[in-house]
Design a protein around this ligand. Structure first.
Ligand code: RNT
Ligand code: ZN
Length: 418
């Protein structure tokens, strides 16, 4: 404790010398919510049918023991993860995580009552919720097409599902006094080269228009649309592409969801944030980590994560960017996955908050790119770790790697007995 404070004070002075107020940075950081995705806790399984497999071109590989099998377990695991993460955050739920009490409730029949336990849980923790209709792992998605389906019955089913989801989100927003972001991601696409790319895209537009005919107060719910380049089994054409949803979001004042794993391998979402926000009021991020064909590895503190955080902070976009996480790894302890990914996101935000931004901008505007490069590199070895440790301590969560002991103990006491 003493050493940590000493280290903090030395670091604080070092940052003060370059014009950075570490206290202010930590204060700002404590107000940035990250939306934790519930689906890391059970490999995107949900509670409709515990034996149903995951489809839709996404995949959780691995079979690490102890995954949550019911809502109580998932909430317990989330409680554990949240106790190891500094700050106040949100929970992002998928529609398949409703509590149906063994009853068959089809996706177009889901209602707020199926989420009342989640709402009560969030309320007790003063947390906000976010929401997602689930367009995969369902017989009506088996053809690979949902909102862009040429089968009118199927298409209408998914339109109803999405409308029901937005109604649930509205109630969540009202009850929790915190705006819900409802994100639409559909898996629709072709494995092989299609003849007609136009028809499914026109159909998708029509479905979205029908969904949004149902007006919901933006105080309670905001809608986002998530684009993707390809999925497993939709390698040749994804209906909801970047251009499609960028266009749709701009034309209809929706949020665009940028998932870090949904673009060409050398394309990065950090470079898209300021472009998208030139034309859109708000965006949603799915912070993830693409590796080869997989778009959903656990987030780590890499260059792109830093760049994402820098773009948000340098652009002063905090009230226009909703930060959500999206990864699922079933090969490691699932609670650790949440903790690692979320702590990394917060670390990246803190690093970005510790930059001498206005000085750097001035240097850049003056054309002194030599100083820009030199300073950006020197910043990398500033004593960031001391600020991070102090922030964790002040937030009453474990400092450094000590959180791992908590997770291991929880694994022994709880997970290994499931
Ligand atoms: C899939 C999308 C989508 C999902 C979640 C489960 O590629 O990223 O966001 O990961 O909805
Ligand atoms: Zn995503």
């Amino acid at each position: 404790m003493k050493n940590m404070e000493r280290a903090y004070n030395i670091a604080k002075d070092a940052y003060a010398k370059i014009g950075v107020d570490t206290e202010l940075a930590m204060k700002k950081l404590s107000k940035i919510p990250v939306s934790l995705h519930c689906w890391q806790g059970d490999d995107v399984g949900g509670f409709e049918n515990p034996d149903a497999g995951l489809d839709g071109g996404i995949m959780a590989t691995g079979n690490y023991p102890g995954k949550a099998r019911n809502p109580e377990q998932l909430r317990m695991d989330l409680d554990k993860a949240l106790s190891l993460i500094p700050g106040k955050h949100r929970l992002n739920l998928h529609a398949i995580y409703g509590e149906f009490k063994g009853k068959k409730v089809d996706r177009d029949e889901i209602a707020p009552e199926h989420f009342s336990n989640w709402i009560a849980w969030a309320k007790s923790k003063k947390m906000g919720l976010d929401f997602n209709p689930t367009f995969f792992s369902h017989p009506n998605a088996a053809s690979g097409f949902t909102l862009s389906s040429s089968n009118e019955k199927i298409r209408k089913f998914w339109v109803r599902h999405c409308k029901a989801s937005r109604k649930i989100a509205e109630v969540m927003g009202k009850k929790l006094g915190s705006t819900v972001v409802t994100n639409i991601w559909i898996p629709d696409g072709y494995k092989d080269i299609p003849v007609d790319r136009k028809k499914p895209r026109e159909t998708l537009k029509k479905s979205l228009d029908e969904i949004f005919e149902q007006k919901i107060n933006p105080k309670y719910n905001l809608d986002a649309v998530e684009c993707k380049l390809f999925g497993i089994g939709s390698e040749s054409c994804v209906v909801g592409s970047h251009e499609f949803y960028m266009g749709y979001a701009v034309a209809n004042k929706k949020l665009l969801c940028l998932d870090a794993g949904h673009f060409h391998p050398t394309e990065v979402i950090s470079d898209k944030i300021s472009s998208a926000l030139t034309f859109l009021d708000e965006i949603l991020l799915h912070v993830s980590r693409p590796v080869r064909w997989d778009s959903d590895h656990v987030v780590i503190l890499n260059d792109e994560l830093n760049a994402i955080a820098q773009e948000i902070i340098r652009g002063n976009y905090l009230d226009r960017v909703h930060i959500g996480l999206d990864f699922f790894d079933a090969s490691i302890n699932r609670i650790a996955a949440w903790v690692i990914g979320t702590r990394c996101m917060i670390k990246a935000l803190l690093m970005a908050l510790l930059e001498p931004i206005s000085a750097l901008k001035k240097i850049e505007q003056s054309g002194d790119f030599t100083s820009r490069l030199a300073i950006l590199e020197e910043l990398k070895t500033m004593p960031f770790g001391a600020i991070w440790d102090y922030y964790c301590m002040k937030s009453s969560v474990p400092v450094g790697m000590s959180w791992l002991n908590d997770v291991k103990k929880y694994e022994d006491d709880v997970l290994s007995k499931r």
